[in-house]
Design a protein around this ligand. Structure first.
Ligand code: FER
Length: 296
């Protein structure tokens, strides 16, 4: 009988085991088919509409709050503040992104840590509706004013109303476009308050990199995750790209995920899908290698 060498088979087997291990280790994977489809046969979270007093604006203001399936006031939850864009308000994520569907599906698969998601109105002014000229200077300025409303008014309201952990490691901030710029500005500007920061298709309101991260060593020490994503055909890509290049030059670990797409909810929903799976638990070092199959 002819003797067959097992060596090539062993080698091929070893290679495929290594490849599997590498992908299972959490190389970044974008959303797959069905991630945003309503499924009737799984537990669903709940949406509340809340109203809080804003000393910053001098009015009462609205926000939406998603509590996860199995929510109980006897437990304690981390909180993700999820911010909208220049044309939106506290309902933009709900209407355009249906984050409750994305999250319900992730929970059904055990892929995310149970968290409360707060969707505020990030235009901190008396008339905070996205009407008239949404690019008007006072309306754009109100997106910067929201930093105070968030830190002084909204976060304390959430923390006395819901059963939440109140330390930085249990607080995340992420958003789309103007809300992405806000998240990077407020998150990186208040590292004592936020350990998890995400900007999806961040807008021109994003501070210049040197102002955004003046102390790279402090950022390295304090950030659990900095996540930057954008569509490769988005006209605002340069704001994400310049931030990424600066962070890379300063050696600040971050995820830079550029995907096919433009300035729309396809990219933002995927941003939420990816970011929400990574927060409030140990981050696999492999995600910082940015080696997802179709990432550029
Ligand atoms: C701009 C272009 C886009 C700008 C803001 C945006 C304030 C925001 C877009 C969005 O939120 O979708 O010049 O200036």
């Amino acid at each position: 009988m002819k003797k067959i060498s097992l060596k090539p088979y062993l080698f091929a087997g070893l290679l495929s085991v290594m490849a599997l291990a590498a992908s299972a280790q959490g190389a970044l994977q974008p959303a797959t088919e069905g991630f945003d489809k309503v499924k009737a046969d799984i537990p669903h979270g709940k949406l509340d509409s809340i109203t809080y007093t804003s000393n910053t604006v001098g009015t009462t203001r609205k926000a939406l709050v998603y509590t996860p399936p199995g929510y109980s006031a006897k437990k304690k939850y981390p909180v993700l503040y999820l911010l909208h864009g220049i044309g939106g308000d506290e309902k933009e994520w709900l209407n355009g992104g249906q984050p409750q569907v994305i999250m319900d599906n992730l929970y059904a698969q055990g892929k995310a840590v149970p968290m409360i998601i707060v969707m505020p109105n990030g235009r901190a002014m008396k008339d905070d509706r996205p009407t008239g000229n949404i690019m008007a200077a006072d309306k754009v300025a109100a997106f910067a004013t929201f930093e105070k409303d968030l830190l002084i008014d909204l976060i304390p309201y959430i923390e006395k109303t819901y059963p939440v952990n109140k330390d930085r490691e249990h607080r995340a901030i992420a958003g789309l476009s103007m809300g992405g710029g806000q998240s990077l500005n407020f998150g990186l500007g208040n590292l004592d308050k936020f350990a998890w920061v995400g900007g999806f298709s961040s807008a021109p309101n994003t501070r210049k990199p040197e102002e955004l991260v003046p102390d790279a060593e402090a950022a390295k020490k304090q950030l659990k995750l900095l996540f930057i994503s954008c569509g490769e055909s988005d006209g605002l890509l340069s704001f994400s790209k310049r931030t990424h290049e600066y962070l890379e030059q300063k050696g600040v670990p971050h995820v830079y995920f550029i995907e096919p797409g433009v300035h729309d909810f396809k990219v933002w929903k995927n941003g939420l899908y990816m970011f929400s799976q990574l927060i409030f638990k140990p981050v696999p070092p492999s995600v910082f290698l940015n080696k997802a199959a179709d990432n550029k």
